[in-house]
Design a protein around this ligand. Sequence first.
Ligand SMILES: [Zn+2]
Length: 470
Amino acid sequence: MNKKTVAHPSRRQALQLGGVVLLLGVQHIARGATIVAVRVWPSKDYTRLTIESDGEIKAKQFFIAEPPRLAVDIEGLDLIPALRELVAKVKSDDPNISGIRVGQNAPGVVRLVIDLKQPMQPQVFTLRPVAAYKYRLVFDLYPAQTIDPLEALIAERLSDKDKPETANAGNDPLGDLMAQHANKPADKPSSNPSPSTSKPANSKVAAADKDKNPGAAPAKPPADVVATPEKNKTDRLVIVALDPGHGGEDPGAIGPGGTREKDVVLQIAHRLASRINQQPNMRAYLTRDADFFVPLHVRVQKARRVQADLFISIHADAFFTARPQGASVFALSEKGASSSAARWIADKENSADLVGGINVKAKDAQVQKALFDMSTTAQINDSLKLGSAMLGEIGNVGKLHKPRVEQASFAVLKAPDIPSVLVETAFISNPDEEARLRSEAYQVQLADALMRGIARYFSKNPPLARNRAL
Ligand SMILES: [Zn+2]
């Protein structure tokens, strides 16, 4: 490990501790690190604990199988209130962790015991300072028994068939609410505030927005032309993977009013998912359905595991100045970016793994790298068609930043066998667009536009029959 970058304050602190520490050399200066934050990100996929400190901290962990728990000794720390906060931060409905205990194991060594609800495969790793973060010690707790997402989709599908037609939007409250929206004509959005997982959409903003855009074409109800012309060709379930960008440790871009990209894109994805689920023979699959981080290659991997027919990554753009506005749609490029702006955005989105934090030593990252080298020429052609269909529809409800689909090397668009686009829905750095992104009315219009884009693409490029269980 490179210790040369240890910050000067640590060195000064070490000097104050006297000769003994100095003799130990720079490597041991970790002692005296202060915890600046602790965070817990629960999800069905995995639960992450993050301990953020102003200096590097070292940990040794032991996994105990019966009952399942992870014991971690953290060196160079004294038991301070910040660590006790971690105990309080574990929620009883966390799918993976039942509790955390902390104690001073020895002078300068704190022991954390993480009690687990099921056998786990923990990954423990450190991250160097990046973006707004200082040093991070990360515990990713993956259930040893993973759920096969395709099987979960089949199970959902089967349970849908037992239900009356109108009740097929899933059973989470947000999904139900959105299903109600989708049943209404989309140009009369409800003014009920959305009970969303993060910030409620501001209905006042929504109303103001509507007045401001009298010229915008009234959104038509989502078309269900999808299966009509090609019903005989494929009767199978068409799966659309929706990929809300960022999440968890990675907030994405943050608007001048504090709106986080990860929150609004998740809301938009949920709205689009409920529209997709109302189409005959279509089902949405979300690469994340809550506020947790999913590494870029895992997003691609998840979509491929469910054999998705399309992959749509949803983001909100940002710039250093407030002026830029409008939506853009991107496809992959094999031969370099279509503009320097496109390259810049791809670099920015590709850096999500640095901020979100991935364990670079994990094996599956290597496997995915090999996959990324496969040819994507055919995929790109289809992605450009999908992208223009979507861009055309978005242009009916909002401004466009670029009138044509742009291309660059986005890591998340690299599934060689799935047409994939990345939609920058609006500029969160523009105060007007930030307000629109938060507004229920605009989220509804956008979700309807994206649904129409998907439908239009499928009407011209019908999904092929495939040997699949669904
Ligand atoms: Zn983004």
